[in-house]
Design a protein around this ligand. Structure first.
Ligand SMILES: NC(=O)c1ccc[n+]([C@@H]2O[C@H](COP(=O)([O-])OP(=O)(O)OC[C@H]3O[C@@H](n4cnc5c(N)ncnc54)[C@H](OP(=O)(O)O)[C@@H]3O)[C@@H](O)[C@H]2O)c1
Length: 318
C-alpha cells in the first residue's frame, strides 16, 4: 500500500569514499540530489550541459554545504562527441564509480533532432544516456568488483516517469524515425521514458553485480515544464497553481535518493520505483509500470538497437 514517505534525506547513509555521477545536476531534481548527497560526504560529478548554470549551482550548494566535493564535467546528451569526451574525462580521473544517476531530461519539446539524428526527447533521454552508461560501465564494474564493496551498493538509477504510459504504441524499433516523426510530443516523451525503464531492466539482466533500477519521482513543477508553458499566460497561471499543489523539489528527489543509496536489495535490480521507494510489484495503484515496460523481449531488442546506433556512430580511428 502507498503510505507516507518512509525514507527522508536524513536516512541517506554516509557516502564517504563513494563516487556519484549525476547527469543534469545544475537544476531541479539533479541539483537537489547533489545537495543531499554532498551533505553525506559523497564525491560528486555534476555532468551538465549549461556551464554557467552548473557553476552557479555548485556555488549555491557550497553555501549550504561548505565541505561539498563537487566536480563539474561538461555533458551534452544530444551529441555523441560530447558524451564520449565527458566519459573520457571522468574515467581519467576516477577508476571507480559507485552510483550513476541518469537524471537529465527534456519534455514537451517540439520535433527536432540530436546531432546524430535522433528525435530530441528520445535522443537525449534514452540514446544519450545509453551511450554514457555503456562508457561508464567499466568504472561501475570496477567498483562492484572491489573486495570491500557490499552487495548491491553499486547502482545505476534511471529517471523515468509515469509519462511512459503515453507510449501507447510501444517503441517501433523497425521504423523509429517515422514512428516519432508522426507522434505528438507527449507520445515522444512517453517513448523516451519507456526506454528508460527497459534500459534499467536489461542492465539488471546483463550486469547482475550492479543494481539497476528506474523510477517515477512524482509531479514536480520544475524547469522541465518550461517548453510546455512557454510564454502562454494561461499556461503560466496553470504552472503557478500546480506549483502550490504538486510535490516539492526536495520531496520529489526522495525516490531517486532512495534508489541511489537506500535499502534496495540486489534481487530488486530491474524494478521500477514509484514515490517513494515503492517498487513495481508492491504498488497496486496506477503508477505500476505499463505492460510494455515489463516486456523483457522489448528490453532486449531496445538494447540491441541502441548498441547498433552506437556502432553506427563510432568515432573513426586514425
Ligand atoms: N519534474 C517532474 O514532474 C518529473 C516527472 C517525471 C519524471 N521526471 C524526470 O526527472 C528528471 C529530472 O527532471 P527535473 O524535473 O529535475 O527537470 P529540470 O529541472 O528541467 O532539469 C533537467 C536537467 O536536464 C538537463 N539537460 C537537459 N538536456 C540536456 C542535455 N542535452 N545534456 C545534458 N543535460 C541536459 C538540464 O540541463 P540544462 O539546464 O543545462 O539544459 C537540467 O539540468 C528528468 O529525466 C524528467 O524526465 C520529472
Amino acid at each position: 500500500m502507498f503510505g507516507s514517505p518512509s525514507f527522508t534525506a536524513a536516512d541517506i547513509p554516509d557516502q564517504t569514499g563513494r563516487v556519484i555521477f549525476v547527469t543534469g545536476g545544475n537544476t531541479g531534481l539533479g541539483k537537489e540530489s547533489i545537495t543531499q548527497l554532498a551533505k553525506k560526504n559523497a564525491k560528486l560529478y555534476m555532468a551538465s550541459r549549461t556551464e554557467s548554470k552548473a557553476l552557479a549551482a555548485i556555488e549555491d550548494i557550497k553555501k549550504l554545504v561548505p565541505s561539498a566535493d563537487i566536480h563539474y564535467v561538461p555533458l551534452d546528451l544530444t551529441s555523441f562527441a560530447s558524451i564520449r569526451a565527458c566519459a573520457s574525462t571522468f574515467i581519467a580521473l576516477e577508476p571507480r564509480l559507485h552510483v550513476l544517476l541518469n537524471n537529465a531530461g527534456v519534455m514537451a519539446m517540439p520535433y527536432s533532432e540530436t546531432t546524430e539524428g535522433y528525435e530530441i526527447q528520445f535522443g537525449t533521454n534514452h540514446v544519450g544516456h545509453f551511450l554514457l552508461t555503456s562508457l561508464l560501465l567499466p568504472a561501475l564494474e570496477a567498483a562492484a568488483d572491489a573486495p570491500d564493496a557490499p552487495a548491491g551498493s553499486v547502482r545505476i538509477v534511471n529517471l523515468s516517469s509515469f509519462g511512459h504510459n503515453f507510449a501507447y504504441r510501444g517503441i517501433k524499433l523497425d521504423d523509429l524515425q517515422n514512428h516519432l516523426k508522426n507522434a505528438n510530443t507527449g507520445e515522444r516523451y512517453g517513448v523516451s521514458k519507456l526506454a528508460n525503464i527497459l534500459h534499467a531492466r536489461e542492465l539488471a539482466r546483463r550486469y547482475p553485480k550492479i543494481t539497476s533500477v528506474s523510477l517515477h519521482p512524482g509531479i514536480i513543477m520544475s524547469d522541465l515544464y518550461n517548453a510546455a508553458v512557454g510564454s502562454n499566460p494561461i499556461m503560466k497561471m496553470w504552472f503557478n497553481t500546480m506549483s502550490l499543489v504538486c510535490t516539492s523539489v526536495p520531496d520529489g528527489t526522495l525516490n531517486q535518493l532512495f534508489c541511489a543509496t537506500g535499502p534496495v536489495k540486489p534481487e530488486d535490480s530491474g524494478h521500477y520505483y514509484v514515490p517513494v521507494g515503492i517498487k513495481d510489484d508492491d504498488a497496486w495503484y496506477t503508477s505500476r509500470p505499463s505492460k510494455l515496460a515489463s516486456d523483457d523481449a522489448l528490453a532486449s531488442r531496445l538494447w540491441e538497437w541502441s548498441e547498433e546506433q552506437v556502432r553506427k556512430h563510432a568515432p573513426i580511428s586514425s
